[in-house]
Design a protein around this ligand. Structure first.
Ligand code: TXA
Ligand code: MG
Length: 336
């Protein structure tokens, strides 16, 4: 299959809509990361997503909507808290897990009775959802196990020959995937940290949010998880990555002694006598989120084998950064 990469225009958006209506898959930018989209009401179309990504069928897809009418079509028993969160954060980088309606096939929800729903803020994806009137299932547009793509070139690397069209909307502003919160149980549970923080959610709904195990700790292979994504390996570059929690001098000594590559904050690169890949400024978690997946891919490009990463702050958006980095590092952290 020939994979076209086109700038969003009236014509290319029309082409994307036709492919989606014909049960095809298109890569489209969102404000978080690029997604691989298909008609969320059509099991066959969604199976094409799993095929293109080589994604295990037990990991459910997020359904993207453009308005509240669509929300009522895809979910049932929508609690008051969901409306509050939608009002506060949609369109935007928040996925809410709710009980699903019958039009969402099991292929999308991986057989669960729930569905993750998000109204994205990027105008291109929003326009395509409203034009087709189709809720669109969309995981990140990487091959399974690879870092999520935050630009069209990266999508092309992973998806060439697998899908007919990539819309190139430039770099994604946020750079890490949406926050995932479940409102399908008795208490709100955070499954994946993102740009919208647990504290912001607590403020809107006036309730404590439980952090799922698996965000900052490795789950045992036999552990029961409510969100399958928590147990899948993710974001891994080819190199062995270790997170180092230490002061700068100890970090520098370790990197130089082991002739490793440093995955470091921008302000330290000049002071380390080893190859460095930067992932944003030390005090700026949002910049780290935006940079992280690029940086992980860059490690592959320079053929890094051993990587030491500077420990990010875990406050606010920092928790999303730490969570993704921890998975890239297969949960290896050393404290010096
Ligand atoms: O920002 C994003 O969320 C991007 C863009 C494209 O919207 N999408 C994305 O999708 O990151 P994906 O498939 O790569 O990640 C979805 C995560 C997975 O960890 C999955 O296990 C979890 O959400 N998830 C989805 N539906 C769920 C459900 N019904 N119950 C529990 N977890 C769910
Ligand atoms: Mg993903």
């Amino acid at each position: 299959m020939n994979t076209q990469v086109l700038q969003p225009s009236r014509q290319s958006i029309g082409q994307a809509c036709e492919i989606l209506k014909g049960k095809g898959v298109v890569a489209i930018p969102t404000e978080t990361v690029y997604g691989l989209f298909a008609d969320a009401t059509d099991a066959e179309a969604c199976k094409e997503i799993f095929k293109a990504k080589e994604r295990p069928m037990d990991n459910p897809l997020i359904v993207h909507i453009s308005d509240y009418e669509m929300l009522s079509r895809v979910a049932r028993e929508i609690p008051e808290d969901a409306w509050k969160l939608a009002e506060a954060f949609w369109p935007g980088p928040l996925t809410i897990i709710l009980k699903k309606n019958g039009i969402i096939p099991d292929a999308v929800s991986a057989g669960l009775d729930t569905v993750g729903i998000r109204m994205p803020a990027n105008p291109v994806i929003l326009e395509i959802i409203s034009k087709t009137r189709l809720p669109l299932a969309g995981p990140s547009a990487n091959r399974s196990g690879r870092p999520s793509p935050t630009d069209a070139q990266t999508v092309y690397e992973d998806m060439t020959g697998r899908i007919p069209l990539i819309l190139d909307g430039g770099s994604c502003k946020i750079g890490v995937e949406s926050t995932v919160i479940s409102l399908a149980g008795d208490t709100p549970v955070l499954f994946r940290p993102g740009y919208v923080t647990a504290a912001q959610i607590e403020q809107v709904i006036g309730k404590k949010v439980e952090l799922s195990k698996g965000i900052t700790e490795e789950l045992a292979a036999d552990e029961k998880v409510l969100s399958p994504g928590l147990k899948h390996k993710h974001y891994a570059p080819k190199a062995e990555v270790v997170i180092v929690n230490s002061d700068f001098e100890s970090f520098k000594n370790l990197v130089e002694k082991d002739k490793a590559v440093a995955l470091c904050f921008d302000e330290y690169a000049d002071r380390i006598n080893s190859p460095c890949v930067c992932y944003g400024s030390e005090k700026d978690s949002a910049a780290q989120a935006e940079r992280l997946f690029h940086a992980l891919r860059e490690l592959d490009e320079i053929k890094a084998e051993k990587v030491y990463a500077m420990m990010p702050s875990t406050e606010g958006v920092g928790l999303a950064v730490y969570n993704r980095l921890l998975r890239a590092a297969a949960f290896r952290v050393v404290n010096l």
